[in-house]
Every structure is written in structure tokens, then in C-alpha cells.
Design a protein around this ligand. Structure first.
Ligand code: FAD
Length: 317
């Protein structure tokens, strides 16, 4: 049986939900080897859960000091494994995931497909291009083709496997390493991280001010346990920080539910959210293009509708 590798995304010693999506996608390519990169013992606590999610093998790739280093420990770990026993590699399509994939592609002389939304047993993958208006099937060469999978693009399905544990040592830091000197989470709240969030409440220029983001967009996100997003215009006007920008030059999101408030629906914004499973928009211009991709469109003033919605949701909790 052929094998495939998955780079495990973890936070505070727990696998992140996107890891289940990676395992689900990689299962089409062969028995899944889930690779946990970190300090000595990093994979031991995760092995049972990753086995339950569908990993045939869990590799704990260890070196002291790994948690203070960026990128290279993961590149080294997957390079060691795939150079020894080639197979497709599936990584989350995050900024660091794409960089890891690029470096591995060069080291392993294999191609890389970024931001894929599905992977097939014949090693082709679906990509959603030109602002998500066209789906293509693509393939790359090499014994260890790399895929970065868009978080939220598919539903993770756990199919328990053996989860047998193995350990490898990865090289220590070199002069080329980038190390972490301090860490400030981008989300200074209990809200989920934007790229992985199941619910995204996005605000546009129509929200009107930073205060309105705090008093309308954030409370609606909190009522639904979601993350806040923003258009570039809202970011440029200083209504919300740039790391929350959704779209072509921002973050791509694929939540179960996206609610857009005061957003016109420019292609540069919708290209970053139109794989959302349900899209609800509130806009006072009935001709706004965003209505064309909405499952539910409300023509009206967001300052009337959003507070009423928050009140109603909170009443039902
Ligand atoms: P607008 O287009 O001004 O729309 C505001 C909407 O709010 C209007 O439809 C209006 O009817 C509605 N509104 C106003 N008041 C109310 C109210 N009281 N109640 C209800 N509705 C109301 N944009 C992104 O978002 N992400 C990107 O990554 C991105 N990348 C870009 C890259 C390039 C190279 C370029 C050229 C542009 C990019 N843009 C991006 C900008 C994009 O083209 C649009 O300008 C932007 O998305 C528009 O933001 P908006 O919808 O908030 O503003």
C-alpha cells in the first residue's frame, strides 16, 4: 500500500481541527503518516487522537528547542521521511505551510500545488482559480508531490486507523534558522483564528467606523462563536487591523457560515470567501454585486438589522 504524509498542525499540544481535514484528503493517496514536529515527546500525546482520526502511523519528529524555531524543523522532518520513503505530502495552506511546501519541493525535486480544495487518488488535485470562478484539475511531477490544502475546503471525516508511533530525530538549529523571540497571538480574544473559523462575520466600508466594528461586527461574531473579517477598504480606513482582511490580498476563508455587513462584493473580496457553505449578506443597495453569491440577502440598513439579529440570537441561547 502506498503512503502519504500529513504535517500535523497543533496548538498547545492538541491537533488543530484542520489536521483532520488534511488526514481526510491524504487518505485518498495512501496510508497516512501523520508527522508531529516538536520537542522530544511531541508526538506521544497526540498519537492516540491522530490514530482515531485516521493516521496509520504517527511520526514524532523531535529535537530540543524545536518550538522556538520556524519552518526548518518541519522541512527537515518531512525531507528525511520522504527522501527515505517517497510519497505525496499534504500540508495546510497557511503562510508557513506554503513556505514549507515550497522548500520541500526544491529539496525533493517534486512539484507543488498550492491552495488545493480537493485531492484525488490519481494524485491530481482541484484548484479553485480566477477568484474562485473556475475549478481546475491539476497534477505535478515528482515522487513526493506536495499539496497545500485550503483550511475548511472539505469536511474532515475520522476513520480510525492503527496510529502506530515512531520517532525520528531532526537536525538542531543552524545559523540560517529563524527563531521566535516572543509570541503575541493575532486573536487577542476567545474568537477562533480567522483562516480556520467555522463562522466568519465580515464588515465592509458600510460599517462606517472602528467603533461600529466593536459594537456591531464583534458582538455578532461573539453571539455565533465566530471570527471577524474585514474588506480591504475597511482595513485601509482604519476600521479593523490588516491581518483580518479577507480576499485576494488577504486571508482566504471557507467557513460553514459567512455573514457580510456593508460589503459591496468586489471580486477581490469574494475570491477570498466564496467557498463558504452559506453566505448571508446585509446591504442597503439592492444592486450590490454581493447579492449574486448570497444564499440569503437582506436589503436593508445594517444598523437596524445587525443589532436586532444579535439580540435575537442571544435571547435564544
Ligand atoms: P464598498 O465597495 O464601498 O461597499 C460598501 C457597501 O456597503 C456598499 O455596497 C453599500 O451599499 C453598503 N452600505 C453602506 N452603508 C450601509 C448600511 N448602513 N447598511 C447596509 N449596507 C451599507 N478588497 C478586499 O476586500 N480584499 C482584498 O483582498 C482586496 N484585494 C485587492 C487587491 C487589488 C489589487 C485591488 C485593486 C483591490 C483589492 N481589494 C480588496 C479592494 C476591492 O476592489 C474593493 O474596493 C473592496 O473590497 C470594497 O470594500 P467594501 O465592500 O467594504 O466597500
Amino acid at each position: 500500500m502506498s503512503i502519504s504524509y500529513v504535517l500535523v498542525e497543533q496548538l498547545d499540544g492538541r491537533p488543530e481541527p484542520v489536521t483532520l481535514e488534511l488526514i481526510t484528503a491524504a487518505r485518498a493517496l495512501g496510508d497516512v503518516v501523520a508527522v508531529v514536529v516538536g520537542e522530544p515527546g511531541a508526538g506521544v500525546n497526540l498519537a492516540a487522537e491522530l490514530g482515531n482520526w485516521g493516521a496509520a502511523q504517527v511520526v514524532s519528529a523531535e529535537v530540543s528547542g524545536a518550538s522556538n524555531r520556524l519552518i526548518l524543523p518541519a522541512v527537515d522532518a518531512l525531507h528525511i521521511l520522504a527522501a527515505n520513503n517517497p510519497g505525496p505530502i499534504v500540508i495546510a495552506a497557511t503562510a508557513s505551510g506554503n513556505e514549507i511546501a515550497g522548500r520541500l519541493a526544491a529539496r525533493l525535486a517534486s512539484g507543488v500545488l498550492t491552495d488545493v480544495v480537493g485531492i484525488n487518488p490519481d494524485r491530481t488535485a482541484q484548484q479553485s482559480i480566477f477568484g474562485d470562478t473556475i475549478q481546475v484539475s491539476a497534477a505535478v511531477g515528482g515522487a513526493s508531490p506536495l499539496y497545500t490544502l485550503r483550511p475548511g475546503a472539505l469536511d474532515g471525516v475520522a476513520v480510525p486507523a492503527t496510529g502506530e508511533l515512531a520517532t525520528i530525530e531532526i537536525p538542531g538549529a543552524t545559523a540560517k534558522d529563524v527563531t521566535i523571540t516572543s509570541f503575541t497571538p493575532s486573536t487577542q480574544s476567545d474568537r477562533p483564528e480567522l483562516p480556520q473559523a467555522k463562522v466568519v462575520i465580515a464588515g465592509g466600508r458600510g460599517v462606517g467606523s472602528e467603533e461600529n466594528f466593536r459594537s456591531i461586527v464583534e458582538p455578532l461574531a461573539d453571539a455565533l462563536g465566530g471570527a471577524v473579517g474585514a474588506t480591504r477598504d475597511a482595513v485601509d480606513l482604519g476600521y479593523y487591523p490588516g491581518e483580518y482582511q479577507v480576499g485576494q490580498t488577504g486571508v482566504t476563508v471557507s467557513p460553514d457560515l459567512y455573514i457580510g455587513l456593508g460589503i459591496s462584493g468586489a471580486i477581490q473580496h469574494t475570491s477570498g470567501m466564496q467557498t463558504a457553505k452559506k453566505v448571508i449578506v446585509i446591504n442597503n443597495d439592492e444592486d450590490a454585486p454581493i447579492f449574486q453569491i448570497a444564499d440569503l440577502g437582506v436589503v436593508g440598513d445594517l444598523f437596524d438589522i445587525a443589532p436586532a439579529l444579535i439580540e435575537e440570537i442571544n435571547k435564544r441561547k
